[in-house]
Write a protein that binds this ligand. Structure first.
Ligand code: HEC
Ligand code: HEC
Ligand code: HEC
Ligand code: HEC
Length: 196
C-alpha cells in the first residue's frame, strides 16, 4: 500500500492530464465567447477638436496647463538626468521603459492599439485616464454617454477614480509625493459645463 498500486498511479496521472488539458481549454472558450473588442488610441488632438470648446467644458484647456501635459518633457530635464545617473540607467530617462511607462500614454501597447496619431510628446493625455478612444470619440457616442443611454464600459470609456491615479502615483515613482486624491484632483479638475 505504501508504495502505491500501479492502478492508483495511473489514476493520478489520468487525473493530472485531464486537469492540465481542461483548464486551458476552458479558459480559451471563456475568452472566445465574450471576446472584448480592441480599442485604439486616437491621440489628444482628436479629443481637443471638441473638448477645447467652452460649450463642452474646455477640458483640453485645463489639461494642457497641468503637469500631465509635460510629463514626457520632464524626462528630458536635468532632474530626470540626475535620477537616471543615480539609478545607473544605460540610456537617458526619455528612452528608458521604466520611466516612459508612467510618463507617457499607452506605453508598451501594440502598434495596433497605439494607432497612428498618439505621440509620446503628449505625455499623460486624456486617454491615459479615460481609456483608448476609438470606440467612444464620435459625437453621437459621446452624447449618448453623457445622457446615460450608453454604458461607458461598452465603448471602452473609463470614468476614472482614485484607483486610476495610484496606478502611477505610487512608491515606484522615484520622486514619489504622498498622494491625496482630493488635493491632487483639485489641481487637474475638469468637469462638464453644468457641473461647474
Ligand atoms: C466630436 C466631438 C467629440 C470628440 C472628438 C470627443 N468628445 Fe468627449 N464629449 C463630446 C460631447 C458633445 C460630450 C457631452 C458633453 C456634455 O454633455 O456636456 C462629451 C463627453 C465626454 C465625457 C463625459 C462622458 C460622460 O459619461 O458624461 C468624457 C469623459 C469625454 N467626452 C472624453 C473624451 C475623450 C477622452 C476624447 C478623445 C479620445 C473625446 N471625449 C473626444 C464630444 C466629443
Ligand atoms: C499614467 C500615469 C498617471 C496617472 C494615471 C495619473 N498621473 Fe498624475 N502625474 C503623472 C506624472 C508622470 C506626473 C509628473 C508629471 C511631471 O511633473 O512632468 C503627474 C503629476 C500630477 C500632478 C502634479 C503633481 C505636482 O507635484 O505638481 C497632479 C496634481 C496629478 N498628477 C494628479 C493626478 C490625479 C488626480 C490622477 C487621477 C485622476 C492622476 N494624476 C493620474 C502620472 C500619472
Ligand atoms: C490624470 C487623469 C485624467 C486625465 C489626463 C484626463 N482626465 Fe478627464 N477626468 C478624470 C477624472 C478623475 C474625472 C472625474 C470623474 C468624476 O466626475 O468623478 C474626469 C472627468 C472628465 C469629464 C467629465 C465627466 C463627468 O461625468 O463629469 C470629461 C468630459 C473629461 N474628463 C474629459 C477629459 C479630456 C477631454 C481630457 C484630455 C484633454 C481628460 N479628461 C484628461 C481624469 C482624467
Ligand atoms: C510609477 C510611476 C512612475 C515611474 C515608474 C516614474 N515616474 Fe517620474 N513621476 C511620477 C509621478 C506620479 C510624478 C509626480 C510627482 C509624484 O507624485 O511622484 C513624477 C515626477 C517626476 C519628476 C518631476 C519631479 C517633481 O519634483 O515633480 C521627474 C524629474 C521624474 N518623475 C523622473 C522620472 C524618471 C527619470 C523615471 C525613471 C527612472 C521616472 N520618473 C519613473 C511617476 C513615475
Amino acid at each position: 500500500m505504501r508504495r502505491g498500486s500501479p492502478i492508483m498511479a495511473l489514476l493520478v496521472m489520468v487525473a493530472f492530464w485531464v486537469a492540465a488539458l481542461y483548464i486551458p481549454i476552458g479558459t480559451l472558450y471563456a475568452q472566445d465567447g465574450e471576446k472584448a473588442p480592441v480599442y485604439s488610441y486616437t491621440g489628444v488632438k482628436k479629443c481637443k477638436t471638441c473638448h477645447n470648446l467652452a460649450k463642452y467644458g474646455a477640458q483640453y484647456k485645463v489639461w494642457v496647463e497641468t503637469a500631465h501635459a509635460k510629463a514626457y518633457e520632464t524626462l528630458k530635464g536635468e532632474e530626470a538626468a540626475a535620477i537616471a545617473k543615480e539609478k545607473g540607467l544605460e540610456k537617458p530617462a526619455y528612452e528608458t521603459a521604466e520611466c516612459l511607462e508612467c510618463h507617457t500614454t499607452g506605453y508598451g501597447a501594440s502598434a495596433e492599439v497605439r494607432g497612428a496619431k498618439l505621440t509620446i510628446e503628449e505625455g499623460i493625455s486624456c486617454e491615459a485616464c479615460h481609456g483608448p478612444g476609438s470606440g467612444y470619440y464620435k459625437k453621437k457616442t459621446m452624447t449618448g454617454l453623457s445622457d446615460g443611454s450608453i454604458e461607458p464600459a461598452s465603448v471602452g470609456l473609463t470614468l476614472p477614480d482614485e484607483k486610476t491615479c495610484v496606478g502611477c502615483h505610487n512608491e515606484k515613482s522615484p520622486s514619489y509625493k504622498k498622494f491625496d486624491y482630493k488635493t491632487f484632483w483639485e489641481k487637474i479638475k475638469h468637469s462638464k459645463p453644468e457641473a461647474k
